[in-house]
Design a binder for this molecule. Sequence first.
Ligand code: AMP
Length: 549
Amino acid sequence: MKYFELAKVYEALEATTKKLEKRDILAEFYKKADKDLAIVVRLSYGAVMGEDFGVAKQMLKSIIKKAYGITDAEIMHKFKETGDLGVVAEFFAAHRKQRTLAYHELNVVKVYENLQKLPSLTGTGSVERKVSLVAELLSNASALEARYIVRTVLGDMRIGVAEGIVRDAIAKAFSKEPKDVERAYDFLGDYGEVAEQARKEKGKLKAKIEIGKPVRVMLAERSPGLKEALAAFEHPALELKYDGFRIVIHKKADKIWLYSRRNENITKQFPELVEYAKKHLKARECIVEGETLAVDKKGKPLPFQKLSRRIQRKYHIEKMVKELPIQMNLFDIIYLNGRNVMHEKLKERWNTLKKIVKPIKGKFQLAEHIETKDFKKANKFYQYSLRKGQEGLMVKNLDAFYHPGKRVGYWLKVKPIAEPLDLVIVGAEWGEGKRARWLGSLLLACRSKGKFLATGKMASGLTEKQLAEMTKRLKHLIEEEKGKHVKIKPKIVIEVGYEEIQKSPKYPTGYALRFPRLLRIREKDKGPEDVNTLADIEKLYKQQKRVKH
Ligand code: AMP
């Protein structure tokens, strides 16, 4: 199918705000998709296997410049006017001076293939490869196509199509029940595949787990505290909340697949886990899941950042296996020997898991798990978890089924809240699109030796009302403007909450805040001279129990 047909559909979707209309547009389109159905469905809501393409806005701007032979100033000018890089690309595609000689009409498969290659490119030369994959698409694209290629790469389609609409459109196109379509999605983790099955199957869509295809995992909610979490369930189970990476293991005889929480296939990155799973899961077929940690040579858990090096690594994996060993802590089972066990209670699932895992201490084991409603015992376990450098506890309802892809409140996470910081705003950025009139992305600074040093950026965490209010205040304090970046006179102090302090070379302090959010504006009670110092941040960083290296 030609990509242009999809681009026209995007345009029609963008033109209406009515959900039912959007559903109908998509349903008609899916019916016509023929052999490209799976790809068309994924592209139709900008989901190329749920990937983050690793192409930042800045890189995309250079690609647009390269594809259409335009200058920095031209692109900046247009961007300021529209606030949408997709529309910028569309404009320059329409006004381009010359087309490449080898011009090809784009089809959906070509676009999909190029996009799909992006996330796997890392390391030396990867930037150039990414640039050329996207530039190839842009130079072959018509103006309308360019708009949506750019938006797909940015992960910001602006067509108002979320998963619910895709689900309903598949149901409508192939005469199925939306709830059955959703169920199939829980088990297949990909609406492209679900649509194929819905088209193929006559009658009711029978959702089945297929080993080797990613299932959606159950999610947790935050609890205000341990007491509340214990009170929530009649029979609670408590487990360490490991600060690692969730991995789902699929096993079929000697074949093993590993998936991340976002359904990326990460089998290649963890060959030792594949070996453990082959030999230490006593089942012909199963799907189990757990949290993986990186550990040091003595088996002591390392902070998450270290493990992320293992996840990203695509080459010389054997070397990494030696340098950064891992520890798998299994906590649930979803499937066993032809049986979907999601509809069994956690109590039963946990017992089944215990039976099939032949543990290797410190490497491949069950998560530390106790069952109690007693606060004293629970608190002891909580403190033990924090001392061990883990995040806190997961409190789970032993009577609950497994709910894929959902935050239903049967798993509650309990973790300490980091102490808030008072910081002063020293910079900001003009927004885009509908936010173009507002200053956002606040640059926050602490004090050090009589100077203000930036130590983080608050990009989200403000409501629209707060953004408008903040802009009003900050406008008078602008000292310098460069493109969308503005320098702000240090005057406004805010109290900032965050998940944790991380080391970061991005800021002059060497530290950054993870997930900062606005708690309140310090009106008159604190001025810039009262903000926290770099020494405070250093102290808090060391205090973070989870950071041990
Ligand atoms: P959060 O990412 O903060 O929403 O917390 C949920 C995540 O905690 C899960 O997706 C797992 O990756 C992780 N986790 C760590 N330990 C456990 C555990 N014992 N049970 C379930 N999830 C866990």
